[in-house]
Design a protein around this ligand. Structure first.
Ligand SMILES: Nc1ncnc2c1ncn2[C@@H]1O[C@H](COP(=O)(O)OP(=O)(O)OP(=O)(O)O)[C@@H](O)[C@H]1O
Ligand SMILES: N[C@@H](CCO)C(=O)O
Length: 312
């Protein structure tokens, strides 16, 4: 359920006057999604998605919305935010920051094919190339310093063997730095539920609210860890190879990136292992999240540790 803030037709119709989008025809809540309130909004000009932000503040939005606008303008499949008559992408609605973006066709897939994984890899590389001309910068709030601190805050909740495994991984990652690898704009959360597919084509990447500047290979590893992971938690080699081939058809990895790949897969898994542990053991008061299983990423880190073939 993801309508936390209800908006009635009259309130929305009044708010829509700030846009050149015609008259309100229909307002319909979207059930999927966790963090924000989303509605489909149909006006006499077309169909849009309204997002009411439950956590991010109005002054935090320009980076993300301008990034989506920049990427959409460069042909990357993602929603384009709509500017209002004051040339802003976001303003308050029902007391909360809100924006409208173009509504894309398609839906997320649970069990992607190799063709779909390849398309995701290609589009991710296009995003990385288009990001090179985006002028704003955003530090990654969930980088190595964050996961190391987060791990320290959760060890005492965990059983000894799990805590030892987490400690070992943080220690391992501390001894590997990726500062010399190519950096740029990364999506940083390109899971299956953040991509709308229209058959084999990418309708759009959504949910840019973890986007930031970081190592590009990190983004590839996040995508491989989710898109190619099967129901039993094991990576499907064919899917991983397809995603990587798609990526490299647009932006070939350099020798250093290839050398760091296996460590990066573990780093990307550690990031979500720790965030899920934090959500499980220290849920934020008032935060509208439900807990995803941290064990999935623990098992993935441990499986990556043990494997020798990394699909490159
Ligand atoms: N631009 C769009 N076009 C069409 N459908 C969209 C669009 N944006 C979002 N949706 C639909 O709304 C659903 C919820 O969106 P989203 O996943 O971004 O929710 P959220 O709560 O903002 O983020 P999260 O679930 O990651 O916390 C998506 O699964 C998708 O079905
Ligand atoms: N994609 C994340 C949640 C949003 O950051 C996860 O599955 O843990």
């Amino acid at each position: 359920m993801s309508v936390y803030t209800t908006v009635d037709n009259d309130t929305l119709a009044q708010w829509l006057e700030r846009y050149a989008l015609g008259e309100l025809v229909e307002l319909k809540g979207i059930a999927a999604g966790i963090t924000n309130t989303n509605y489909f909004v149909t006006t006499t000009h077309g169909r849009y998605v309204l997002t009411i932000f439950e956590v991010l503040k109005l002054d935090e939005l320009p980076y993300y919305l301008e990034l989506m606008s920049h990427l959409a303008r460069h042909g990357v499949a993602c929603p384009a935010p709509i500017a209002d008559h004051t040339d802003n992408f976001a303003s308050l609605l029902a007391g909360k920051p809100a924006c409208l973006v173009t509504c894309l066709p398609g839906s997320d897939v649970e069990a992607p094919s190799a063709v779909q994984c390849r398309a995701v890899g290609e589009m991710l590389a296009q995003l990385h190339l288009a990001g090179t001309t985006f002028p704003r910068k955003m530090h990654n709030p969930r980088g190595p310093h964050w996961w190391s601190q987060t791990a320290s805050a959760v060890y005492h909740y965990m059983d000894e063997a799990d805590a030892a495994s987490l400690r070992a991984e943080v220690h391992f990652q501390d001894s590997h730095r990726f500062d010399h690898l190519p950096t740029g704009v990364v999506h940083a959360d390109l899971f299956k539920d953040n991509v709308l597919m229209n058959g084999d084509a990418i309708a759009g990447f959504i949910d840019f609210y973890y986007a930031c500047n970081d190592v590009l290979l990190y983004d590839v590893a996040i995508a491989v860890n989710d898109w190619t992971r099967q129901a039993d938690g094991e990576i499907d080699g064919e899917l991983a190879r397809a995603l990587l081939a798609g990526y490299q058809a647009i932006r070939p990895l350099n020798a250093e990136e290839k050398r760091c790949w296996s460590v990066m897969l573990r780093a990307a898994a550690l990031r979500f292992w720790t965030s899920r542990l934090l959500d499980l053991y220290q849920p934020q008061e008032g935060e509208l999240t439900y807990t995803k299983d941290p064990k999935v990423f623990q098992r993935l880190v441990e499986a990556h540790r043990a494997r020798s073939d990394f699909w490159l």
